[in-house]
Write a protein that binds this ligand. Structure first.
Ligand SMILES: Nc1ncnc2c1ncn2[C@@H]1O[C@H](COP(=O)(O)OP(=O)(O)OP(=O)(O)O)[C@@H](O)[C@H]1O
Length: 357
């Protein structure tokens, strides 16, 4: 269990600067996610950590040791990719034992460690099967056991669940978290799946064009995006343009085309001034519907289009001529009011995030 420290890491491919001086401190035993749009540098950073790329600038430390230029096999790290590449001719146990054979671990210890790794992913009963006799999720568990058996000091996961169907993915992500915490592993996980990150991460970093835009806990990043980019990238949101009318510390009043709305700064370090142009970010599930006007942060309108998803409905709530907000209603009750005039919507000031431009 070691901390991972990335200091000012820059990685180039010809003219492309894939990482522009990244700084990152990952705590021992932390389950840390790298998120961002395609091409933002997630895989490049993971590959620098694993030793497949050497950065042009900056350093990487595992604990006190500088591993920036150390070969991958000397880093004592486990790695699991999207294509988990089990050897088809070997049994489950042989696949898991493979890394130990390369490390010349004696037979007795090898057997004990393979059993322990298989038990930790609940696959001990399948030790003598071949990979093609397993489901996708079971193969993924074996791949996880294979990276755990060498007792890595860090675990790197690159889209490990993207080959699985939605239900298995949900099951396996909890499983990965359980195993990482059981082994107290410092784990760095790259994914496109925001739900995967939001549901199991201790903390996460949002990257764009080789830079970290925001770092924080899932709830911290989701509730308080510091920029329109992050607000838009994580989850869904409504943006409303406005002008600051009153700039208080925790409560900023903004004039918008649906009325004055009070909100809070996305970035606590931002300070606002009267007359400043800002963007408000309001998550669709934060807009509440009602049949009576609500004074603070309320506005009148009607429901336009609606889509029913079972547990929730998605509405277009029109306020004014052609402005609408996307609204999610859990356990939908307003479906029978689609098109009806005289409805009201309101949003708690704590859910109105003020972003400077
Ligand atoms: N071997 C390479 N040679 C040249 N350019 C590369 C190479 N690997 C990555 N890049 C470039 O570096 C940038 C970052 O790529 P990277 O693979 O790290 O992105 P990513 O965030 O992992 O994307 P994705 O989500 O699509 O996997 C991209 O512009 C990419 O085209």
């Amino acid at each position: 269990m070691v901390p991972v420290t990335v200091s000012n890491v820059e990685k180039r491919f010809g003219n492309v600067v894939a990482l522009k001086g990244v700084d990152l401190e990952i705590a021992p035993g932390e389950l840390f996610f790298l998120l961002g749009p395609s091409g933002c540098g997630k895989t490049t950073l993971l590959r620098c950590l694993a030793g497949f790329y050497i950065p042009e600038r900056g350093t990487i430390h595992f604990g006190k040791s500088d591993v920036t230029r150390l070969a991958p096999h000397k880093r004592n790290t486990g790695m699991m990719f999207q294509s988990y590449a089990l050897w088809p001719h070997m049994t489950v146990a042989e696949n898991v034992a493979f890394g130990l054979e390369q490390r010349h671990v004696n037979r007795k210890e090898k057997q004990a460690r393979v059993e322990e790794a298989l038990a930790s992913v609940r696959m001990e009963k399948y030790a003598s099967r071949k990979p093609n006799q397993l489901s996708g999720g079971q193969q993924q568990r074996v791949a996880l056991a294979r990276s755990l058996v060498i007792r890595p000091q860090c675990l790197f996961l690159d889209e490990p669940l993207s080959n699985l169907d939605a239900k298995l993915r949900m099951e396996m992500r909890q499983e990965i978290r359980r195993v990482c915490k059981e082994y107290n592993l410092t784990t760095i996980y790259v994914t496109h799946d925001q739900k995967e990150a939001l549901s199991i991460a201790d903390r996460m970093a949002i990257l764009s064009e080789g830079e970290i835009l925001q770092l924080g806990t899932p709830a911290g990043v989701y509730k308080r995006p510091k920029s329109a980019f992050v607000a838009d990238f994580i989850g869904e949101t409504n943006f409303i343009e406005g002008t600051v009318v009153r700039a208080g510390a925790g409560n900023i009043l903004v004039k918008t085309l649906i009325g004055d709305l009070s909100g809070v700064a996305g970035d606590p370090e931002d300070s606002f001034t009267e007359g400043q142009q800002v963007t408000l970010s309001i998550r669709p599930e934060c807009v509440k519907l009602d049949t009576y006007p609500v004074e603070e942060n309320g506005f009148a309108g009607k429901i336009g289009e609606s889509v029913y998803y079972g547990e929730l409905a998605q509405y277009e709530f029109f306020s004014g001529e052609d402005f609408h907000l996307k609204v999610f209603e859990l356990n939908p009750r307003y479906l029978n009011r689609v098109g009806q005039e005289g409805l009201y919507a309101y949003v708690d000031p704590d859910d109105v995030v003020v972003l400077s431009k």
